[in-house]
Write a protein that binds this ligand. Sequence first.
Ligand code: DGT
Ligand code: CA
Ligand code: CA
Length: 568
Amino acid sequence: MSNQEIAERLYDIADMLEIEGVQWEPRAYRTAAMTISTLNTDITIFYNEGKLTELEGVGKSIAKSVEEYIKTGKISKYEKLKKKYPVDFEAFRRIRGLGPKRIYTLYKKLGVKDVDGLKAAVDGHKIRELDGFGEKSEEEMDKNLKTFSRLKENRKPLGFVMDYAENIVSRLRSSGFFDTVELAGSVRRMKDTVGDFDILTASYEPEKAVDFFSRLKEVRGIVVKGPTKTTVDLDIGLSCDMRVVEKASFGSALQYFTGNKDHNIKLRKIAISKGFKLNEYGVFRGKKQVAGSTEAEVYKSLGLEVMPPELRENMGEIEASQKHRLPKVVDYAEIRGDLHVHTKDSDGANTLEEIASAAERLGRKYIALTNHSVGLRIANGLDAARFAALNKKIDKFNESGGIRVLKGVELEILKDGSLDLPGSILKDLDFVVGALHQNLKMSPRDLTDRLLRAINSGMITAVAHPTDRIIGEREALPLDFDRIFDACEKNGVLLEIDGFPSRSDLPFDLVKKAKEHGGIRFSLGSDSHRLEHLKFIRLATAIARRGWLTKDDVVNTLDYKGVLKLKR
Ligand code: DGT
Ligand code: CA
Ligand code: CA
């Protein structure tokens, strides 16, 4: 059982209670579900320690539901409601524009229970006849269904599954059955989404090693089990390939299974052009292995420098490596601060003191509190007066020394491109991140003009999560990035790399384009809404590396005084 599964059941209960017209409870279930889905540790650990009710949003009654699920795999409250509403809420939650009430109407009037049923109803033009829906809403639903199908491809945002993968690796390492264990594949490349996990191992006792692996508590089913390759399905809904190779081939196997595929294909061509053969067992001249035990040796034998896995996407890294022109990408340890953090003051879960000291424990030297501005009502955005009060608290906090808290805002860029707060308050802030969250149904031209007006205003420091995509839910806005890059350069406005897993925005390919444009710097943020999210700065840094950014390109490598000077 996974945290994610429990969270989905709690979300289901919330949806069904909302249909029942119950007050408050749906909200409580959703808060608890959100908490559980973003925990670092297995929920059963909290249960075993009797600490369920210490989790945010988990009261006594929800704790009982969770306990029931852990013990029996079922929640009676859920089962009872589900009899009344036999509907695939989990899938419908991922389709835009479908709240519980509308789902209920579709079920009651048309018998729609799942995505296929909804497709059939849309195709048969049944939706337009429903009260409160109409032709336009049918067309909209058709569009959203298509997006859903495109996005549904079962990939998970890396940041949500990274700890889980690393935890498996560390248990394999300490089991005693393995000589070497390494993550490979897209996780090692730190790609923003993951299709499956790839683990590469060497072992003197391969049979016992494979047995140990296939008996991990996360394993739901075994797809194939053999001495060199085992594939299992995991409880988080991804599968995992585990390979056992000889030590003499470990480097070439690690290179091969790290990929990506296009990078590998190009390497193999280079090998052939030099009279070698390259595969997962090594680099060969005739039958003789000339390299294979380490990755560095493999690259070197092909006349290349070894490069960070994050760069291996066949985006020019092989050519750069041949010419000894690989960038020295920013190191994870060079990131000193986090420039996008929320507190309770808007829609975060923690107080300023809580999140600042957690960040300090994690080694950050500073954080910028970037709470939402007043125009974002659903996030409890702050008006000028509340910002002024919060800023006083921050000044007071900073008197104690230690981690430095910067006064910031995630500022709504309004429909016409004007800003949500007056200059009189913005001038008192240290870090202003302008964001598009609302009224996004505009032409590409109007959207771009709107963002440009904000960039040209001289009032914002950075553009928050610039494409506004939500992985699995919403596609990138159709912005004209050539114009945006020009404006950022001209105005010295930073582009943000938001490391929150479902955002991962800017995506790495646009980061690389922006870097090639020249004259643009970048700010990294975890977009934390609770303590557990602070770790997402690592994901933002990974995107920076994948976009070939160096230390100088990333303002988070400055000390806080350096960041204060960016203010305009
Ligand atoms: P994913 O799982 O979709 O997130 O992405 P990857 O990159 O982990 O892909 P995966 O798991 O299918 O394969 C792992 C690595 O194995 C991949 O990065 C490169 C290598 N590989 C897989 N298939 C091929 C292939 O047909 N040719 C070559 N040269 N390499 C391959
Ligand atoms: Ca993979
Ligand atoms: Ca794989």
